[in-house]
Design a protein around this ligand. Structure first.
Ligand SMILES: [Zn+2]
Ligand SMILES: [Zn+2]
Length: 156
């Protein structure tokens, strides 16, 4: 398993909005080409020094922006911090189970049936981390259990 190096500030967020230090500029936000050429903003992170941990499929356009566009208004590139849908992220986490399944697959995830208290249950494993779901498990739905597993990996 490769645990994502989530920045402490974003660890409290939904995993869709987790960020890590940009691997291309090591978090500096710029890339230096030496004395002659100087340094330029890093194209991978746009100069912020941070990139999202998970690919863009886990984020969907904020419904406020979709609504405004549908009504013919220009919502701008970013939502205000007070947006009730996205709190300024401008995107909302995907609720597509397949998308999160693929994310966990990339973390070395497997689902295993096992017996607990005489009943068959399903557990989601990533390395040493496991999450039960279904009856008495964490998360009412498979989506919740998947997200909970991703969160445990990020805190590991
Ligand atoms: Zn960068
Ligand atoms: Zn928004």
């Amino acid at each position: 398993m490769v645990a994502p190096e989530v920045t402490p500030e974003t660890q409290q967020e939904h995993p869709a909005h987790w960020k890590k230090k940009c691997p291309d500029c090591s978090g500096a936000g710029h890339i230096s080409y030496g004395k002659t050429y100087g340094s330029f903003p890093c194209p991978s992170c746009g100069g912020s020094g941070e990139v999202f941990v998970f690919p863009r499929e886990v984020r969907e356009k904020c419904p406020r922006r979709v609504m405004m566009e549908d009504a013919g208004y220009d919502p701008g590139r970013r939502c205000p911090p007070g947006c009730i849908h996205c709190h300024g992220h401008s995107t909302v986490p995907s609720e597509d189970v397949d998308v999160w399944w693929v994310v966990l697959d990339g973390l070395g995830f497997e689902a295993r049936p096992h017996r607990r208290l005489g009943k068959w249950e399903m557990s989601l494993y990533v390395g040493e981390i496991s999450t039960y779901w279904g009856d008495g498990g964490e998360g009412e739905t498979l989506l919740e259990a998947l997200i909970e597993t991703v969160k445990k990996v990020g805190r590991a």
